[in-house]
Ligand binder design. Sequence first.
Ligand code: XIL
Length: 381
Amino acid sequence: MITRRQSLALAAGSLAAGWAGASAAQAAPSLHDLAQRSGRRFGSAVGAGAPGTLTASFDNARYRQLLERECGVLVHENELKWYVLRPEADRFVFGPADRIAGFAAERGMGLRGHTLIWHHPQWFPAWTTTHDYGARPAAEVERLVLEHIDAIIDRYGAIDSWDVINEAVDPADGSLRVTPFSQRMGGPEAVMDLAFRRAREKAPGAQLVYNDYMSWEAGHETHQAGVLRLLEGFRARGVPCDALGVQSHIGSGNADDSVGFDTARDDNWRRFLDEVVGMGYDLVITEFDVHDRNLPADVPARDAAVAALARRYLDLMLSYPQMGDILCWGLSDQHTWLQDRWLRDDRLPKRPTPYDADYRPKPLREAIAAALRDATPRRTA
Ligand code: XIL
C-alpha cells in the first residue's frame, strides 16, 4: 500500500522530473520505505561536530534534507561518545546530542544509541587515565559507568537500540582490549557485563547490541573468533545482549585491512553469521560504507565496483531473517569519516556513501535499494 506521504513524494518527484529532470531516486520510494517492506528500518549517522568540518553534517541543510527523505532512524556519529559527551569526569555536554535527538523526534524518526562504552583505550577521554580512583578503584569505575549510563538513558529515552559496548575485541589476537576501566575493575568482562545489565534495567524495551568491525574480508578470522568467544561468554554468564552490530565498513583500506574487493569470502562469513544467530543473537548493520581506496580513479568504474560489492554483501546479510536495521555511516561523500584518513594514493576524494558530494544519488544507492527490495522478511522473536 502506498501511504499518503509516499504518494505526495511520488507526485512531487514526477513533477520535479518533468520540470527539472530530477533523478529517479527522488521520485522513487525512500530507502526507509523499501526497508520497511521487509520489516526493517533504514537510517544513517549524522554528526553535530565543529562547524565546517567533516563531522558537521547536521549543520548542512542539504544533508538534513537527505536524512528526511531517506531515513527512518538516525544515530549520532560522535556526540554520545565519552570524549564528546563527558570531557571531564563531572561535566556532561549534552547540547550537540540533544540537537540530533530533537531533530529525530520532531520528524518521527527512530534513534539508535552509539555508544555507552567504546571499549578501546584510544577513544577513552584523557581524564580516565589521570582520574583519582581512590582507595577502591573498582567501586569508582562502577560508579562512573552507572552514572554515565543512567544519565544518557534517562535523557534519551527515545533510543530503542543501544550499542552498549563497541569494539572490545582486539583484531590482532582476538583478546579483549584493556582500558583504563577494565584495568581497575578486574577485567573487561566485569565492565561489559555491568554495562549490559544496567542498560537492560534502565531501558527494558530497547535492543542491546555488541558492536564491532569484524568483517567478511580476508584477515578477519581472528577478530571473528574473538567476537564469537565474547558472545558465547555473554550467553554463559546470562548477560542481556540481544544482537551483534556488524559495523560493515566494507571494501578496502581499513586500518587492519588493506586488501582488495576480491578477497571477500562469503562462505567463511556465512559460517560466522550462522554461529552468531545460532546462539540466539539478532544482527544489525550499524555503520555501512564501502571504502574505495584501492579502486581505479575513473568515477563510473569506481562507483560501479562499489555498488557491485555492496549488492553482494547486502544480499548475503539480508538473507538472514534475524537481520534487522541497516544504517549507513553517512549518506553523502561530503561528510564521510573516510575522507580524511587512509587516503587514496592519488589523493582523490573518496566515494563510499550512497550520494556524492553534490547530493546526487550514485549506483550505491540503487544497490542498497535493490537489496532491500529483495530482502528476506525479518523475523522478530
Ligand atoms: C568515527 C567517526 O566517524 C569519526 O568522526 C571519529 O573521529 C572516529 O569515530 N567505528 C565506530 C564509529 O564504531 O564510532 C567510528 O566513528 C567509525 C568506526
